[in-house]
Ligand binder design. Structure first.
Ligand code: GLN
Length: 527
């Protein structure tokens, strides 16, 4: 069995526990250890699929169709790995498994309780994954002290007892504010949250102290003294320009070395050269292009995290920094197309529901008519079809039946298998499916491959009835589903320089060293 590193959080949420966990994963992996990450989300939802992006940011999608917390996207990008649905443990999953077992009679005779039944289920799920790895990093979502996280912290505590102290380490991420008036870093919140953690029987091995500026000597000493953590394990994680710098900072601060030693993994030199190269390249970029992202959740940039990341990867690949202009689609309806004038490229991302659809289509029309490099994703793909139907084919009132069930021209509709579904959770077309790309198309040049696997998350599809009509008018469906051939997956307009849209979400598979091809080429076209 491997080693476990639990990452907990204190003081307040949004400190970057996910990036810290992903970074620790990279520090272990770069030491030649087989490493993976698990995210625990203490909410009662079974998965992230039914949540609005304003709750926890984007819903990330895995190859196996798991709809998970966006931190799994961070893990995949930092460790350059592909995870499964089991790597996201929620209260909903744990309780429904326990209740199912109870109904089956597995616990016959016993009173089913949080301890030991829920905690056993949690430990079992963590251990099942750990089998194949040297090190597993387990991020416990939420803040220590939340009612919801109690069973998970209790399970973590038990694991240290059962696996042995030498096999389980705890990293606690806290916040060290600086009071402007006195100009002093304050350690009291950290002291209190560690006290809280210790009252649950967990003694942290390392403290990752988040702060605006590097941790001062006095503050470090104080934290060490009050939390019983050696000074070398009080890690200063001050604000950096870009999240990709965090692993390098934590390594410089000695966290990787300390944890490896603490877990008896020996002195291993990390190989972070490739990562450092990406970070340095990205930071040195001078030239910029501006790309508008026209969406409906733009007030929270995390709603489109993977798109932001894919553009970052594409920046490095093209030697040009992408500046994103976040545009609320509804604002285009109110204030007009001038909101996106002057950009070098336009993205219309995925989405659900009516709000902002007309604004998104105004942006698509603008891109199409002015030959501005364009990428439509999922709902953006569907609306590209609607825009084309309305404005090129003159099909007045054309729409997706998701938005207008009574439309005279249902150019985007449900296929029979999606009709009559009344359970909304986990029933979309989810995960990686093969897409077959036609020769002599833009898509084929972009991918230079005939068959690709991309991740999906949608219910609606281009209505097969209208395909011929579209193609006669010059729209090319250059990618179709590789399994049943009924589904349109990629469209393009050959007379434009770069006008492409995909039913799938290419952003979910974009990696720092391997950008998603349609993003990479969008940025190239914008440049
Ligand atoms: N709402 C659309 C559908 O369900 C698009 C989904 C998306 O953009 N992820 O098909």
């Amino acid at each position: 069995m491997g080693k476990f590193i639990f990452v907990t959080g204190g003081v307040l949420s949004g400190l970057g526990k996910g990036i810290t966990s992903a970074s620790i994963g990279l520090l272990m992996k770069s030491r030649g250890l087989k490493t993976t990450n698990i995210k625990i989300d203490p909410y009662l939802n079974y998965d992230a699929g039914t949540m609005n992006p304003y709750q926890h940011g984007e819903v990330f999608v895995l190859d196996d169709g798991g709809e998970v917390d966006l931190d799994l996207g961070n893990y995949e990008r930092f460790l350059d790995t592909s995870l499964s649905f089991d790597h996201n443990i929620t209260t909903g999953k744990v309780y429904s498994a326990v209740i199912e077992k109870e109904r089956r009679g597995d616990y016959l005779g016993a009173t089913v309780q949080v301890i030991p039944h829920i905690t056993n289920e949690i430990k079992e799920r963590i251990r099942r994954i750990a089998k194949e790895y040297d090190v597993v990093i387990v991020e416990v979502g939420g803040t220590v002290g939340d009612i919801e996280s109690m069973p998970f912290l209790e399970a973590a505590r038990q694991m240290q007892l059962e696996e042995g102290r030498e096999n389980v380490a705890f990293v606690h991420v806290t916040y060290v504010p600086k009071l402007r008036v006195v100009g002093e870093q304050k350690t009291k919140p950290t002291q209190h949250s560690v006290k809280e953690l210790r009252s649950l029987g967990i003694l942290p091995d390392a403290i990752v102290a988040r702060s605006e500026d590097p941790l001062e000597g006095v503050a470090r000493k104080k934290i060490s003294l009050f939390t019983n953590v050696p000074e070398e394990a009080v890690i200063s994680a001050y604000d950096v320009e870009d999240t990709y710098e965090v692993p390098l900072l934590l390594e410089k601060e000695g966290l990787g070395r300390y944890l490896a030693r603490r877990l008896g993994l020996g002195e291993r030199e990390p190989d972070l050269d490739a990562w450092r190269e990406i970070v340095e390249k990205y930071k040195s970029l001078k030239e910029t292009v501006e790309i508008a992202v026209v969406g409906k959740y733009v007030k929270l940039a995390d709603s489109y995290l993977s798109i932001k990341e894919a553009l970052k990867h594409s920046s490095v690949a093209n030697g040009v920094k992408v500046k994103i202009r976040w545009v609320e689609a509804e604002d285009i309806e109110k204030y007009g197309i001038k909101l996106i004038e002057g950009v070098d490229g336009i993205i219309v991302p995925g989405g659900f529901g009516a709000r902002g659809t007309e604004g998104k289509m105004m942006a698509i029309k603008y891109a199409r008519e002015n030959d501005i490099p364009f990428l439509g994703i999922c709902f953006g793909f569907q609306l590209t079809v609607v825009e084309f139907a309305r404005n090129v084919l003159g099909m007045k009132g054309a729409h997706s039946t998701e938005i207008d069930p009574q439309t005279p021209h249902p150019v985007v509709d449900l296929l029979p298998e999606q009709r009559g579904i009344n359970h909304l959770g986990g029933t979309m077309r989810l995960g990686a499916y093969p897409v077959k790309i036609k020769p002599n198309t833009l898509a084929r040049r972009v991918y230079s491959k005939e068959l690709v696997y991309e991740r999906h998350r949608h219910r609606w599809e281009v209505n097969p009835k209208f395909i011929e009509k579209f193609e006669d008018a010059g729209l090319i469906f250059s990618g179709i589903s590789g399994d049943d051939k009924r589904r349109m997956e990629i469209l393009e307009l050959p007379e434009n320089r770069y006008f492409i849209a995909t039913q799938f979400h290419p952003e979910f598979k974009s990696r720092p060293m391997n950008p998603a091809p349609v993003f990479r080429e969008l940025v190239k076209a914008a440049k």
